[in-house]
Design a protein around this ligand. Structure first.
Ligand code: TMP
Ligand code: ASP
Length: 237
């Protein structure tokens, strides 16, 4: 497999073409951005940590039957992935209220939600990734059908129940996370993008210490040490 020209550069990753039109190389960057990239930073080694964390979590989810775009890891910070058409929705699943949910609805920060809440955000930087409901998604053709919307919700909940249990055993509360999905050339919905402390919130179960990108968003101190701690706990037996 030969890595070819840059196809797309996002905030957290670069995608390169390969000599196989159905496969891409995804390279995890050290850049950190928040608040629609108004806050920027760089943390050497962050990309490699996220690549390792995301690879482990995708493998875990594959074992439970979730189909993903991951083919294999290539090196510390890159993966070979299947090319998919990204569905322009951020699927957010929440177990504990914080972040934009508490701001929007005035819910007390840290409140345990009565059930896993699934939300859709329209991926559009110019619009600041607005929250959308099912009818917005259908009206704007962001998904093909109501069945696909239901499938995204089902996948979000299933990913949540696997990851929540996995992290509970490791002394971490999975507060919320964001996932993205894509459609492959056979029309399958695959889990795509990444699952990492850039796209999840992890609170230490004992101390409630934040061990995710909120450290960067809120200036809470060393980001890399926290990400290393997440990887260490994932690799714990
Ligand atoms: P929020 O509380 O800011 O809406 O974030 C909910 C979850 O989604 C949190 O785990 C962070 C993640 N997220 C992203 O990965 N990318 C984004 O652009 C946003 C807004 C949230
Ligand atoms: N708006 C999000 C944030 O505040 C964007 C991101 O997660 O990169 O961090």
């Amino acid at each position: 497999m030969e890595k070819k020209e840059l196809l797309y550069e996002g905030k957290g990753k670069r995608l390169f073409k390969t000599d196989d039109e159905n496969l891409l190389v995804s390279e995890f960057k050290d850049d950190l951005t928040a608040f629609n990239a108004q806050k920027r930073g760089n943390e050497e080694g962050k990309g490699a940590l996220n690549c390792k964390i995301s690879t482990q979590l995708f493998h875990l989810l594959e074992k439970t039957g979730i189909k993903t775009h991951l083919v294999k890891t290539l090196d510390d910070s890159s993966q070979l992935i299947k090319k998919v058409q990204i569905i322009p929705l951020e699927v957010v699943v929440r177990n504990i209220a914080t972040g934009s949910l508490t701001k929007r609805l005035g819910i007390e920060d840290g409140k345990k939600l009565p059930f896993a809440l699934v939300e859709f955000y329209y991926k559009d930087d110019d619009l600041n990734d607005p929250l959308v409901n099912d009818e917005h998604c259908l009206m704007m053709d962001l998904v093909k059908s109501e069945t696909d919307l239901e499938e995204l919700k089902r996948l979000g909940r299933e990913i949540n129940s696997t990851l929540k249990g996995f992290f509970e055993k490791r002394g971490l509360n999975l507060v919320d996370f964001k996932v993205e999905f894509g459609i492959d050339k056979e029309g399958n919905i695959l889990l795509a993008d990444e699952i990492s402390p850039d796209s999840c919130r992890f609170w230490d179960a004992e101390t409630n210490e934040k061990l995710d990108k909120d450290r960067f968003r809120q200036g809470l101190g060393d980001v890399k040490v926290a990400y290393e701690e997440i990887l260490r706990r994932i690799l714990e037996k």
